[in-house]
Ligand binder design. Structure first.
Ligand code: SF4
Length: 488
């Protein structure tokens, strides 16, 4: 699909996650991509080692984790009050606050603001929530270009690709692939990449910087999310590494920030643990290079027309779930992705969402429900090894949530496991049925032992990759009857 703006360049849109197959099918396809697996292993191990080193050096890490979790829990427990306070503070500081129930409403509000400015392009700060609502696609459909300015997001956008990691969306790409994308695509949408571009990271970054610079200087509207929103002052916070976010947040005349309602923190004090937890957990740095904080609009200082869209899009539904609400503590650091053995092998696309990895496996079914094959399959996209819980800076017990969600998916009758458990209960509740089942099991055991049966009907996906466990050829009852002559 492509769109063209008034006299602007033709822009091919990127594919979305809509209609992705269930996780097992998507994962099988991803596992065949050896280059991607190599790229992922290298990148995730590099980040996880950096994280481990900076966490190790901080003696009070566990206390910080507890403080971070407590701050988020306090905000979530009284979310309505803190959101109202945030709205009041923002309004008092000259910002315009909008409320959006879902993606459609949020996209409509953004579109109205952008149209009122009579522009056909916007620059964007890296933002998960605007990906969640597919804002770029909505803008492109209306003939407005949304230029991603984060380096990794730029790579994904120019490559007409999907993001595969929360923090490093192009983690599945290596340097030479990025060079090819820049050489092929930059010229179509702006300043071309230099012809002699190499895959040296400094040269690639320079090409991106020059390509983006003209967009920054031209843009009248910037769009962002926010890592945190402080209720008592109305301050929004964006944490980033490259400085591109700072350009988008300060240069344009108009700034529109789409903020998930779970981003609110009660006070500045609650921000303190977060600013230590987030950089260490996400990029393995003691401090991130750029933190931009802004409080409404101020004469002669930054954007003069500041809008904040507070987005629900399923979050209040998650909040109402006393078990699942823990997932709303997430600060999108991606530490759980980098330590997950499943994510490391399948990559992010298999999760069918902008939220991949362990947090995606719990958040997507909660935000979107489990009616689709992909969302019903996600709670099973885990070995339950617990590495994600150990790494999570706000102590989200992801394995526990996954087990809870598996129970719900099974209860809804989505998977064979539920039927198997009901069948087992039926057999085990009657001694005669049990004896009959044990006889059949003995026959199967002999057939497996002499290799007559190599896979079990209905369990092909399981037994294709594993040896069929051999059932005993004789049950205890049969042994007892043979040894003691007592057939009870
Ligand atoms: S669940 Fe925890 S570790 Fe994973 S992205 Fe969210 S905050 Fe980070």
């Amino acid at each position: 699909m492509s769109t063209q703006t008034r006299g602007g360049p033709v822009q091919e849109t990127s594919p979305t996650f809509v209609g992705m197959p269930a996780f097992p099918d998507a994962a099988r396809e991803a596992l065949d991509n050896t280059q991607q697996r190599r790229n992922l292993r290298h990148a995730t191990h590099t980040i996880r080692d950096k994280r481990a080193a900076v966490v190790e050096e901080l003696p009070g890490w566990e206390a910080l984790r507890v403080a971070g979790a407590d701050a988020k829990d306090e905000a979530l427990t009284h979310l309505g009050d803190y959101l109202e306070q945030l709205e009041e503070s923002l309004t008092a500081q000259g910002a315009t606050v909008h409320w959006a129930r879902d993606a459609v409403e949020a996209n409509r509000i953004v579109l109205e603001i952008v149209r009122a400015k009579e522009v056909d392009e916007v620059v964007k700060v890296k933002s998960m929530v605007t990906q969640e609502i597919e804002l770029n696609e909505a803008l492109e459909e209306a003939g407005i270009h949304a230029w991603e300015t984060d380096l990794a997001e730029l790579i994904v956008q120019l490559g007409h690709d999907r993001p595969s990691h929360i923090l490093v969306p192009a983690i599945h790409r290596n340097r030479s692939e990025i060079r090819e994308i820049f050489l092929r695509e930059m010229a179509k949408v702006g300043r071309p990449a230099p012809e002699d571009l190499t895959d040296d990271p400094a040269r690639l970054a320079e090409a991106a910087r020059l390509h983006l610079r003209e967009k920054f200087l031209r843009a009248k509207v910037g769009i962002s999310g926010a890592n945190f929103a402080i209720a008592d002052t109305g301050t929004l916070v964006v944490v980033e590494s490259e400085g591109n976010g700072r350009m988008c947040l300060t240069l344009p005349e108009t700034l529109v920030s789409v903020v998930g309602i779970e981003k609110v923190l009660p006070t500045w004090d609650d921000l303190a643990p977060m600013m230590q937890l987030l950089p260490r957990s996400s990029t393995g740095e003691r401090m991130n290079p750029y933190t931009t904080m802004w409080t409404g609009a101020h004469d002669g200082d930054g954007p003069q027309d500041v809008h904040v869209i507070l987005l629900d899009n399923g979050r209040s539904h998650v909040l109402a779930d006393t078990v699942g609400r823990e997932a709303l503590r997430c600060i999108r650091c991606s530490a759980c992705l980098n330590v997950c053995p499943v994510y490391e092998r399948t990559g992010g696309h298999a999760y069918g969402s902008v939220y991949p990895g362990p947090i995606g496996a719990v958040l997507n079914p909660q935000l979107r429900g489990t009616s689709s094959d992909i969302d019903a399959s996600l709670p099973y996209a885990s070995s339950l090894c617990g590495a994600c819980f150990d790494a999570c800076p706000v102590r989200i017990n992801i394995p526990e949530l996954l087990v809870e969600l598996r129970g719900r998916v099974t209860a809804e009758g989505h998977v064979a496991e539920g039927a198997a458990m009901r069948a087992a209960a039926w057999v085990l509740s009657d001694p005669k049925r049990l004896a009959g089942a044990q006889k059949v099991s003995g026959l199967v055991g002999r057939a497996v032992a002499d290799r007559t049966i190599r896979s079990l009907p209905g369990l092909g996906a399981w037994t294709d990759a594993r040896d069929v466990p051999t059932p005993p050829t004789e049950s205890f009852r049969q042994w007892w009857a043979r040894e003691r002559g007592d057939d009870r």
